[in-house]
Design a protein. Structure first.
Length: 580
């Protein structure tokens, strides 16, 4: 898979040129260029060329710094025009000074300016895409690691978080209801049977029921929780990002057009500096042999599968060297100065290795990024399952407390209220009222453990709507076995089915409902409820138990099939694979 042109242009526009990274890259490129192209006098004028490297980078990065300050938005054409101009300015300064000190003969000025501009453009485009691929890859790695950390955090901390949530619920009820119930119990223990005293106690009980018990049970049933953030690791991403992939497709690391475009500049500049002007055209013509060999390698490996890096990297090195051999041999055989011809050939080999290597590294970033995107998608799906499983457990804990408070506690307090309001209450009545309060206190002091038997709960739903809506149930044997072993999952499935059928009757006037529960992908259950009721109104997604479905499922949808005149609820529930 090759880079799209839109990606290349976007990376050029966002090249990050005023950075330490580009400074190091640019210095390396310029020193390499000087080492080969000025090989004749590099030692003699070493102080001068060293000063030139410093000067030209001061000029270039001063321009980049000013551009960063005053230009708010960059585009690829603006960057290209800017670096071409910088290339001309740099060449003009260094060449003028070189002529002045005798380090440059000063021939073909216009040609030197052209080469300088194209050289600046070449290294900028290569940096922009290499750095862009590196940054994209780094960002993806960070996301992947963060997702992995979250998954591990949920797995490692789920029990602790659930225990803390359970303790919060227990503490909440103890702090709000228990003290008041105990105060009322103490008043009853005093044995005062007067009507005014009993009515006072009854009034307090009524206040507790209406002002605290019912709102608390509703709060436990409906409020969302803030999840405790899992512990984060702080790994070093650098080595993880720059690692060469263990295997890759060789053809994806060969860029014939880009390689030839970058190498054409070397074929134009090297003979000018190292041989003589008459060899520029032959060198450019010989560059076609370079392109032909690159295309031959690209075609040869077009249909080959991924190869180990121990094979792929040497193949790319061989291609980079072999593509220059015809030009190298022609120069050595026909140029009068064999030593200069060898330096010319060596310059092309070195440049070819650098160009092929940089482009291959660029693709290795994008190649790994493609892999990591797939891996990130898988991890995000896995994280969604973990979060939903975790939310299911919190929901069950809150639901159980809600049932206890709304059921046992409210019933016990209501019973005590009824006894105390009786006109003929006696000592025995007070004892019974006290027992009612003791039962409420016991329920509030003991963490609930309400379990639902799946088979009997489903039968109860069918029986509840008998004569109103015929409920047909189809459960795979594997699912039935799985749900029966997991009380939490049993409660969640039961609650969704109950809500779906209830809404079908109340909002759609349904007369029949078909419930299908089957295994889907690993760790998921598909639950589908079809009914013959009216089509759901637009915008009622949250009104039809949407909050419940958001909490207990990975995803869900409510649709109307006009072909069958059926409303269809589809939901996917995760289950713990440890239960499977």
């Amino acid at each position: 898979m090759k880079l799209k042109n839109s990606v290349v242009w976007q990376r050029i526009a966002d090249a990050h040129l005023f950075t330490w990274g580009y400074l190091g890259y640019h210095v390396f490129a310029m020193v390499s260029m000087r080492f080969f192209l000025n090989s004749e006098n590099i030692i003699e004028f070493l102080p001068f060329w060293t000063a030139m490297v410093v000067l030209e980078h001061l000029v270039i990065f001063t321009i980049f710094g000013l551009a960063k300050k005053f230009i708010k938005k960059y585009s690829a054409p603006l960057v290209i025009a800017g670096v071409l101009l910088i290339g001309v300015i740099r060449t003009l300064i260094t060449t003028s000074l070189a002529i002045a000190v005798g380090a440059d003969p000063g021939v073909a000025w216009q040609y030197q300016l052209l080469l300088g501009a194209l050289w600046e453009l070449s290294i900028t485009v290569m940096w922009a895409n290499l750095n862009g691929a590196f940054r994209d890859h780094s960002q993806l790695v960070r996301k992947l690691r963060a997702t992995q950390d979250s998954i591990m955090g949920y797995r490692e901390n789920a029990e602790i978080i659930l225990a803390e949530e359970q303790e919060k619920l227990l503490q909440l009820t103890r702090n709000t209801l228990l003290p008041q119930i105990q105060t009322i119990e103490e008043t009853i223990n005093a044995g005062n049977l007067e009507m005014s005293t009993r009515w006072g106690i009854a009034h307090e009980l009524k206040g507790i029921i209406y002002n605290q018990v019912r709102p608390l049970s509703e709060s436990l049933r409906s409020t969302a929780r803030a999840l405790t953030a899992p512990a984060k690791r702080t790994p070093s991403h650098f080595l993880y990002v720059i690692t060469i992939p263990k295997s890759f497709r060789i053809v994806n690391s060969i860029f014939p057009t880009a390689t030839y475009a970058a190498m054409s500049l070397s074929f134009l500049a090297s003979p000018f500096w190292l041989l003589d002007m008459s060899w520029v055209l032959p060198s450019l013509l010989l560059s076609l042999s370079y392109l032909a060999i690159i295309l031959a390698f690209n075609r040869f490996f077009k249909n080959t599968p991924e190869q180990s890096a121990w094979i792929g990297v040497p193949v790319l090195v061989i291609m980079a060297v072999l593509a220059v051999i015809p030009t190298y041999l022609v120069a050595v055989l026909f140029y009068p100065d064999t030593q200069q011809a060898a330096i010319y050939g060596s310059t092309l080999v070195y440049t070819s290795l650098m160009v092929v290597g940089i482009l291959a590294l660029l693709d290795s970033f994008d190649f790994e990024a493609r892999r990591y995107r797939d891996l990130l998608r898988e991890h995000n799906e896995e994280l969604a399952l973990e979060v939903t499983l975790f939310e299911q457990q919190l929901w069950v804990a809150r639901r159980n407390w809600s049932l206890v408070i709304h059921g046992t506690v409210q019933a016990s307090l209501t019973a005590a209220l009824t006894r105390l309001n009786a006109p003929d209450a006696d000592k025995k009545t007070l004892d019974l009222a006290k027992k009612d309060l003791d039962r409420a206190i016991m329920a509030l002091s003991t963490p609930p453990n309400t379990e639902i038997k799946f088979a009997s709960a489903i039968k109860e739903i069918i029986a509840t709507w008998q004569g109103v809506c015929d409920v047909d149930l189809d459960v795979q044997p594997e699912v039935k076995k799985l749900v029966s072993k997991d009380p939490r999952l049993s409660m969640c499935v039961n609650e969704i089915v109950k809500e779906a059928v209830s809404n079908a009757v109340r909002h759609g006037d349904a007369r029949t409902a078909q419930v299908s529960i089957k295994l889907a992908a690993d760790g998921l259950i598909d639950l589908t409820v079809k009914n013959d009721g009216q089509a759901p109104r637009i915008g009622v997604r949250q009104g039809l138990g949407g909050a419940l479905l958001d909490e207990l499922t990975v995803d869900w949808s409510l649709d109307f099939d006009s072909a069958t005149d059926q409303t269809i609820l589809s939901a996917r529930l995760p289950f713990s694979t440890a239960q499977a």
